[in-house]
Design a protein around this ligand. Sequence first.
Ligand code: HDE
Length: 708
Amino acid sequence: MPHRKPPHNPQPAPADPKSQQLDTFRSHPQGEALRTNQGVKISDNQNTLRAGPRGPSLLEDFIMREKITHFDHERIPERIVHARGSAAHGVFQVYESQAELTRAAFLQDPAKTTPVYVRFSTVQGPRGSADTVRDIRGFATKFYTEEGNFDLVGNNVPVFFIQDAIKFPDFVHAVKPEAPDEMPTGGTAHDTFWDFVSLVPESAHTVIWAMSDRAIPRSLRMMEGFGVHTFRLINAHGKARFIKWHWRPVLGSYSFVWDEAQKIAGKDPDFHRRDLWEAIERGDFPEFELGVQVIEEADEHKFGFDLLDPTKLVPEEQVPVKLIGKMTLNRNPDNFFAQTEQVAFHPGHIVPGIDFTNDPLLQGRLFSYTDTQISRLGGPNFHEIPINRPLCPFHNNQRDAMHRQTIAVGQASYEPNSVSEGWPKETKPEAGGFESYQERMEGAKIRVRSDSFADHFSQATMFYRSMSEPEQAHIVSAYSFELGKVTKPEIRERVVNEILANIDADLAARVAKALGMPAPKPGSKAGNAGSAGKAGNAQPPASPALSLLNRVKPGIATRKIALLSAPGGDGAMIRQLRDEFEKAGAKALLVAPTFEAIDGLVPDATIAGMPSVMFDAVFVPGGEQAAQTLAKSGDARHFVSEAFKHLKALGAVDTGRLLLSAAQLPDPADGVAHGDVADVANVLRAFIDAAGQHRIWSRAAQAESVSA
Ligand code: HDE
């Protein structure tokens, strides 16, 4: 009998129906004998059967052969894209009935919870690649609804690189590590990526998102999600509307600075995975609100771009995002392989009340995802794997194939039949049977891209001009870094002269300068492959909602704060600060040169083990001897200098201030709070305020003078 594994989570795991279903498959061998797969008890798991103590091993050793054979086949092919991922269980609840918009059962009743499984991923790197690379993130959600599984397979940016699925293999071959040398891992900074995107101007908009701070999120818990394509919602009366899906993290959206992201990739390549896992273990459950932008069918052509074009977003200023429900991730997986590796998402998994549009990228995806699971998961029965099974019953006349688990009882494997009175039978749409939206179709059979897809630059321009000054500077640095790794000058020149010049003259000039190229002359024309690249006629106004600076939420909940001290540190102060930070919802860790106790407190981490890039903010409490030790330590000085340079909040009281001056940090500086012991309340308030801003952008110029 499988036993229930104690939940990882200290909080009682909610007894959701998916968890109960998974119980059937959980194996927890506490108190159980070690056996072969045929059930035979094993007496010796240390030695192969052999002819004499020093003789050859015997082929008849079925125990050793079974074990090694199984091991030899432990790996399955990793995902072609999105191979690196982390996932969590959770629940979704709608705020109020969405009956006016859709008949989907899971969006009707605010009292109902729907179990979900969410997998976040990077796109380019293999399964073992680092989490914090510059990349788009996947954000795929499986809703186990009472009417079947609905998968919302989105990304953390609202647009995509190409307009037609037939270009996907080309795009992926170009972005993946290069064929001759399998480099680079987890990055787009190489010739073939930039070669492709410089020749395909429809990629310009998504590439600028990838060069922005969105591509280096601080946490998977703090990034937005988007369905990208336009979908349809249909209500019980058959009325359809176009929609765009959004996920909004309740904590707000934040990013790393590039130097920090790069360092973390080495110091803790599992940073995002760990951050998600630990937050759930602590009971800091990540929450995301589900939003929709709703567009009436009559308004389909009112936007100046085509709603079917996945390289375009609908600005929120034009169509607001209506928040309709909340998802809470409240349980870590039991087993990475069984659940996160084997989960199979598919944008074609929809339920009544939701439907597709003719977006040619989406249409291709509807084919691709089943096809890839067949080779990745070894056959067409992947829906029977526990994490993929719907919660509602599913019966049909599909039979057999690799790894079949269902034992279909009875004679009937066809329909109509009389041998089992026709069961299982169809369900009329009025009673919950799926019916496709009846869209009128006519047209010649042709391979063309609609003219309405031809403007490739207006929204890239809108994106750049909607950024704050620091965000624009980061975009310039990202292009400069990536193109700096491109070896062929003609590729660099094409990006600057034919793509960037068409987005924004200032952007093109700044990147050109960083590469030592002349700024492009105004009026350069874009190259073109696939569809005619042309600049838009009317430049859309800026969309402030796109700037991450407008996505900051007050407070320091779930943030990590380093309390940097050393033996001789002021234990009472450390305890007081820790209590205050934790009261505000943050996680405070005592960091010191070694694990030697400080006034009875054993440090949580050493400076070497948890460098400053692992933290959102740093505070240095007092204590004369500790202050002397830290001020003399190059590592401690580096710790605070690096935090200063990464624009993080810093605080110090009493002799703790010595470290800030030993590190030669500019004083005064924005977001650095310090004072006497008597002043601790004010210092704390200022520090928490600064940490709540996430980054102190106004410090950027001062930070340049600091070396770290
Ligand atoms: Fe995917 N994509 N994709 N994609 N995609 C896959 O499916 C594909 C696209 C996305 O956590 C694969 O199971 C094609 C857009 C996510 O398991 C594969 C096209 C968006 C994930 C595949 C696209 C996505 C995938 C690889 C262009 C955002 C990870 C393994 C027509 C809306 C899901 C797999 C997970 C995974 C095909 C474009 C999101 C090969 C052909 C646009 C989040 O089937």
